[in-house]
Design a protein around this ligand. Structure first.
Ligand SMILES: C[S@@+](CC[C@H](N)C(=O)[O-])C[C@H]1O[C@@H](n2cnc3c(N)ncnc32)[C@H](O)[C@@H]1O
Length: 203
């Protein structure tokens, strides 16, 4: 049943159907979407990944538990098998030319969570294609952008960043680098490195 729904959703997606709110979404499409999301939000992630059609997921972005004892309703955030479990999640991501963005940060008392989880992804056959630092809060002069969790401590500093490891199976999966980002502030770099494409047409 679940495989049928996901396969149908993929067929719809590949035939050019785009998700739009409002009147142009038919009752059939809407029921497929509802069923899919109901399934996605209520299924254990390891079982869910296993039930997807092979090679169907081009991009995975995590916001997974860090095993720090948070209250997640049905889910246990105090697992004794956390490393092995994270490894089995990563093993479930099967597409050879897909992208896996593993977003993970440590906590002040346990800063090594990021490396532990990363090592499980590497053990599952991924390589680091890019490493991104998600700056949750940046301050330049007196102006801050973003937020971070306050902490009561006379020994720890605030955790203002997490990592986003861009993992692939080969390290060579193409990305559209110029689709995001900002123009070079120092235009002389563009001429110096002969990279006109990096200008993005914005001055
Ligand atoms: C850090 S939270 C992510 C929350 C989500 N990004 C959001 O903004 O609402 C981790 C989530 O993973 C869920 N979770 C924990 N174990 C799971 C499992 N075995 N399968 C699926 N989801 C799980 C938790 O219930 C929790 O909602």
């Amino acid at each position: 049943m679940l495989k049928d729904v996901t396969a149908r959703l993929l067929t719809e997606w590949r035939s050019g159907w785009t998700f739009k709110k409002g009147s142009d979404i038919s009752a059939v499409h809407w029921s497929v979407v509802k069923t899919f999301f109901k399934w996605a939000f209520s299924t254990d992630c390891v079982a869910g990944l296993d039930s997807l059609p092979d090679n169907s997921v081009a991009c995975v972005v995590t916001s997974h538990p860090y095993n720090i004892g948070l209250k997640y309703g049905a889910h246990d955030d105090n697992r004794s098998d956390y490393p092995e479990w994270m490894r089995s999640v990563c093993v479930g991501i099967k597409r050879d030319n897909g992208h896996f963005f593993l977003q993970v940060g440590g906590i002040a008392k346990n800063p090594t969570i990021s490396w532990l989880v990363l090592s499980m992804a590497l053990a599952a056959g991924f390589v680091i294609q890019n490493q991104i630092v998600w700056a949750k809060s940046v301050t330049v002069g007196n102006e801050s952008h973003g937020h971070f969790k306050p902490l009561n401590s006379d020994r720890f500093l605030n955790q203002t960043y997490e990592f986003i490891f861009h993992l692939t199976k080969t390290g060579k999966v193409p990305v559209d680098r110029l689709a995001v980002g900002v123009p070079f502030a120092d235009k002389t770099n563009i001429a110096r490195f002969d990279h006109e494409g990096d200008d993005r047409g914005v001055s």
